[in-house]
Design a protein around this ligand. Sequence first.
Ligand code: UD1
Ligand code: CA
Length: 483
Amino acid sequence: MSNNDLTVVILAAGKGTRLKSGLAKVLHRAGGRTLVEHVVRASAPLKARETVVVVGHQAEQVAAVVEPLEAITVLQHPQHGTGHAMLVAKRSLGRAKFAVVLPGDAPLVRTETLKELISAHRNGNAAATILSAVLADPSGYGRVIRKSETAVSGIVEESQLTDEQRDINEINSAIYCFTLEKLWPALARVKPNNKHRELYLTDAIAAMNAKGETVLAQVVGDSREVLGCNTRANLADVDRVFREWKRNALMDAGVTIQLPETVLIDPDVVVGEDTVIEPTVQLLGKTKIGARCTIRTGSVLTDAILGDEVTVEPHSLVVASRLENSVTVGPFARLRIGTHMKRGARVGNFVETKKAVIGEGAKVPHLTYLGDAKVGPKSNIGAGTITCNYDGFHKYPTNIGKGVFIGSDSVLVAPVRIGDGAYIAAGSTITENVPAQGLGIARGRQVNKPGWAAKKRRDLAAAEKPKSASSKRKSRRTSKRRR
Ligand code: UD1
Ligand code: CA
């Protein structure tokens, strides 16, 4: 379909009073993106001459979202209604013959649906074609008033419905295709006859009909596509639909998702075949997961890159990190930005990493912090190992060679290097480099005092012998002094 006679206009200037928010409505998020971004993305494949976004409330922030997607913006200030928004956009529409107009707050619409709307409009030689939907509960939406099977006489806003019209369940999605030379004269005749004193684009429909122009309404196949986001409850409904569509697409591509309704996946996430995703997992941002991985319950992955056969055990957080094939993480692990685990490496429970490279087959099984650290292949980091990478001013690196064994409860004060094959004795505070194949030991020597405990118990027991109340108090005081 060639659409160089077509312009897309997205109305996104409104505040969204019903959301009760400091954030403009179209900047709210559902399905992992702002509302207006969804709308721009759905219309981009139409390859229209131009995508014009009408901005007003928080115009700069809205522009910052849509301009990178190759849309241009026009400012509507103040906002006098959807009809006024179209008039403001008029001079930016150039020589386009047709316009597809969409509200910035109905983000579920699919490109296919827009293509069908345009075809219906062209084939029907119409002045306007409305995308409508039949809803079980039409409240809150403008209703489509039909004068015959095919033709429409007008749209009546919720606030202006008569009792009879209230029962009409065909609603206006606020997505239309207009023939512009028919729209402008009709809009010129529209008056702000409503309690908000706004110019309603919907009133242009009746104005066209009055001049004998053809107005059609095309009923959308899946009525969820036209859900608008006027309230927080609407936002939650729309988010639920996006998440369901994304999970279904992944399941179609060979991913197992258990209790799918509990799993949250952002739109750009990629998951390979035969990967299993357990309940309550969140896969966010640009996360990319290979084949045959297992992501276990309660784990949250953000911008994580996973190879094949990776296991993320329950309740682990992985942010902006790379896990190569056959890596195991968790349970209860936190991999922060810049962690890179090489093939077969293992990080266990209560381990935190940040900017850490963990070599092939290396193990960090429990209770460890590795920051700004390199761990060579096949090294083993004992429980309770901490890299002291920060002195309050700067961060310093810790470099652990290959095949190193770090004993439990060691503190590695950076900058420091542990040579290949070295040992660190448990409980050491290492402040100097350790040579390859050497032993680093840095702790107080143990002293054993034979019989000390038995004598202590005897003394304590003697002090506790029952006496008169006053002498008891006294003896307690003496025993304290002795200690
Ligand atoms: C609108 C329709 C209604 C339809 C519903 C579908 C009108 C008068 N009514 O109602 O028939 O059933 O959508 O969701 O159009 N906007 C501007 N400038 C303005 C006013 C609004 O750009 O001056 C933008 C808003 O940011 C929003 C869109 O237009 O993205 C629709 O406005 P909104 O106030 O949400 O209209 P509804 O009351 O939902
Ligand atoms: Ca709306």
